[in-house]
Design a protein. Structure first.
Length: 240
């Protein structure tokens, strides 16, 4: 009963951000569904994803995480107050000290040598997505940047939580169960919630009729579509 209550609490927290939900996700629901319900995700859930697709994803995701960390360093720079710096610094520190190291260990489990990772060539989708985020942050303000970053943290938390709770997800013998459980973990979900809470506070400062919402919605839409393209990049590695 305790686990059920904990799961319900997590779900409520992930869904509690009104501005993010109504102003960013809802207007881009089709793109959001294409991302969070992508074929790559479905194949992770049922264990049918080709191992080469997953290995390619792991390699590209390492390169993505390096740029993602740079984006949070930029978020610290873009912050006007210590109050805004602190959550971005926490994300940056967590990425470098925890998530990237966890990812390196995960790569080892899949026989991907650490020495190879920094020598890998970035895929087109990796370049497009990460440079879009960094360019958005450089050209805009902190809110623009955090909106561009939001689909990653929120989407992975939603995907991890949903797959872990879904009775149709293959648990026994699924080679991707560790990945699912990583993004369904209390640590990751709480980190995502903290990131969304910071963004929600910034968004709350904008009037409902502000023309800024149209721009922010476009940023969110583009980043979300690029998340789907990142999944697709993994599937396409086996084409031909």
């Amino acid at each position: 009963m305790t686990n059920q209550h904990n799961n319900e609490a997590k779900l409520m927290q992930l869904s509690a951000f009104d501005a993010i939900k109504t102003k960013l996700v809802k207007p881009n629901q089709t793109a959001w569904n294409d991302y969070t319900q992508h074929e790559f995700v479905a194949k992770l859930a049922n264990g049918s994803l080709d191992s080469q697709s997953f290995r390619h994803y792991l390699q590209q995701d390492y390169l993505f995480l390096k740029q993602y960390a740079r984006a949070y360093a930029l978020a610290v720079y873009k912050s006007d107050s210590i109050a805004d710096m602190l959550p971005n610094l926490a994300c940056l520190t967590g990425l470098i000290e925890n998530e990237i190291q966890l990812h390196i260990n995960y790569c080892r489990d899949w026989d991907i040598r650490v020495q190879q990772l920094d020598e890998l060539e970035e895929g087109v989708a990796t370049v497009a997505y990460t440079r879009f985020v960094l360019d958005t942050g450089q050209a805009g303000d902190l809110t623009d940047l955090l909106v561009a970053l939001a689909p990653c943290a929120l989407g992975y938390a939603q995907i991890g939580f949903s797959l872990n709770q879904d009775v149709n997800t293959l648990k026994k013998g699924n080679p991707y169960l560790d990945w699912i459980e990583t993004y369904a973990s209390e640590e990751f979900i709480q980190s995502a919630i903290a990131q969304m809470a910071h963004l929600e506070r910034l968004l709350a400062q904008l009037p409902d009729d502000s023309p800024r919402w149209a721009k922010l919605s476009r940023i969110f839409s583009t980043a979300t579509r690029m998340e789907a393209a990142f999944w697709q990049q993994g599937l396409d590695v086996n084409e031909g």
